[in-house]
Design a protein around this ligand. Sequence first.
Ligand code: HEM
Length: 150
Amino acid sequence: MKSSFLIILITSFGLFTSCKKDKEVIAPTPLYQRIGGEAVVTDIIDQTITNIITDNRINFFFAALATDPTKAQTLRKNLIDQLGQLSGGNQQYTGRTMTAVHTGMNINTAQFAAFIEDFTRAIDSKNLPAAEKAELIALYQNLSADIIGK
Ligand code: HEM
């Protein structure tokens, strides 16, 4: 009786410690890696920019950048770094805050939605799973309060 109690105690302890170990090992893979890392983030931003340029609902906002390649390159780099960082990559976004950049533009809800649509079409071109697509869109949707109506 005594020894079977001891066996149960030892077995339970073993189970407890192995469960604890499993918990330590399983860490969620960052979105950045799940979608394919730098190459895919870069492609999504490049395709988003292409979509915006041909989107008459919002492309006039970016008119100044069309004649200033240095400014356009900075915007591209900042968008890549920002999306990389937001999705869990090693990039460090060094641009201005979303509120600072978009203040004075008076971007409305429909224009913001058009931007998200252009971004979504870019994601669609990469054929990502639905869960990853939704997570990417949520990263941008979460910034709406800092961008709309500023
Ligand atoms: C979630 C949506 C958006 C994100 C993540 C975003 C992100 C950014 C970033 C990272 C920059 C560069 C910041 C810098 O250079 O310091 C930027 C600049 C800019 N954004 Fe947005 N943006 C969003 C929505 C919009 C919308 C909806 C519009 C207009 C319809 C817009 C218009 C602009 C313009 C014109 C610039 C260039 C500003 C400049 O260089 O002077 N953005 N945005």
